[in-house]
Ligand binder design. Structure first.
Ligand SMILES: *Cc1c(COP(=O)(O)O)cnc(C)c1O
Length: 396
């Protein structure tokens, strides 16, 4: 089968997209665990380095297995080009830092994954890159934050852990009007349920650690954009700073992509049912779930997302003590700060993922002492509902 660009639907692209078959004709993608590549002649090496002959040079730059993963992600996202990275944070950091220089200004939604917030709020200013963070759900805040030197917008939607939703098309339009670029961290939505590039975003980043692997095995990340931005901004930064993905992990992620639609569909379906169940429980003060009519930005969810979420945010009445009791009483659902996994995982953000924020900053994000984030896995929905019901009873 040739690898011509075709009008494949996601499920087909995720099984066949990007496949580079060797002379042995293997069905499964080959794992090229090599650092370097040999050339037939000195002239061939020269031509390869000059870019006159296609081929690989060094695995910090590119590697056949990593290349398959990048191409398959491009097919899914509808992006022209991509670079795979060793982790989601390597993707976020590279995408941000290759876009700005000292004297530039970044505007970001303040509801960000903890490490992303640190990069924008703490690391970037050390290099003379100023940042303004505000509530991203109100477009007026983005407009207010813009300065003459604003070069970059950054947001995550839905956000971690309170599943706030930002109007990507509105922020992208504002970015375009001032000649800035918008980076969207699309981890929580997955590439299947939200298409930031189609909504006008310029760059999309993922932690492939989450749903893309989805089976708790390895870290990874990916940056997707148009070819021009990658050539002009990311290409040299990436080659010379070395956030490259290991071919072994790229292979694992390729296998993850084959089953991504099945997993995300099942996990989202279960999550919807669990969210509805939780919303009716007297011990639960609040359930936030994109896909429920009572989500604070339900109209935007409807406009820009094609599915709900595999994650649920809930507030247990009785604060930290009640939230801990519920976590401890769960049998199938495991206590872990990871997400997007085959196994259902629950975490208490105030004491784990968001413990480094001040009480005030946590309150701004809607993270209270009773807030829990539930990542719904692939277990049978009825077993999960039963587990949560028995845990609520035991924790009473
Ligand atoms: C996990 C995560 C990251 C970081 O990814 P790693 O693979 O852990 O480095 C960034 N953004 C979001 C929204 C995440 O959930």
């Amino acid at each position: 089968m040739s690898n011509k660009k075709r009008n494949w639907k996601p499920q087909t692209a995720l099984v066949h997209g990007g496949t580079l078959r060797s002379g042995f004709g293997e069905t499964s993608e080959a794992m090229y665990l090599t650092q370097g590549y040999v050339y037939q002649t000195a002239q061939a090496a020269e031509a390869r380095f000059k870019g006159e002959e296609p081929g690989f040079i060094y695995s910090r730059y590119a590697n056949p297995t990593v290349d398959m993963f990048e191409k398959r992600m491009c097919a899914l996202e509808g992006a022209e080009d991509a670079r795979a990275t060793a982790s989601g944070m390597a993707a976020v950091t590279a995408a941000l830092l290759c876009s700005v220089k000292a004297g530039d200004h970044i505007v970001a939604a303040r509801a960000l994954f903890g490490s992303c917030r640190w990069v924008v709020e703490t690391l970037a200013p050390r290099y003379g890159i100023e940042a303004t963070l505000d509530d991203g759900t109100d477009i007026a805040n983005w407009e207010k934050a813009v300065r003459p030197n604003t070069k970059l917008f950054f947001l995550e939607s839905p956000t971690n852990p309170t599943l706030e939703v930002v109007d990507i098309a509105a922020v992208a339009a504002l970015a375009n009007s001032i000649g800035a670029r918008l980076i969207v961290d699309n981890v929580f939505a997955t590439p299947l349920q939200q298409k930031p590039l189609q909504l006008g975003a310029h760059i999309v980043v993922y932690s492939a650690t989450k749903h893309i692997d989805g089976q708790g095995r390895c870290l990874g990340g990916v940056i997707l954009s148009d070819k021009k931005w990658i050539d002009e901004n990311l290409h040299d930064y990436f080659r010379h700073t070395g956030p490259s993905l290991s071919p072994f992990n790229a292979w694992t992620l390729l296998k993850g992509l084959e089953t991504l639609p099945l997993r995300v569909r099942q996990q989202t379906e279960s999550a919807g049912k669990i969210a509805d169940f939780l919303a009716e429980q007297p011990q639960i003060a609040r359930v936030i779930y994109p896909g429920r009519a009572d989500h604070p930005q339900a109209a935007i969810v409807k406009k820009q997302m094609s599915g709900g979420s595999t994650l649920i945010c809930l507030d247990v009445k009785g604060g930290k003590q009640a939230a801990f009791a519920l976590q401890n009483a769960l049998d199938i659902v495991l206590i872990s700060n990871n997400l997007g996994d085959a196994k259902s995982l629950i975490t208490h953000p105030a004491t784990t993922t968001h413990k480094n924020l001040s009480d005030e900053a946590r309150a701004e994000l809607g993270i209270g002492p009773g807030t829990l984030r539930l990542s719904v896995g692939l277990e049978d929905t009825d077993d999960l509902l039963e587990d949560i019901a028995q845990a609520l009873k035991a924790a009473k």
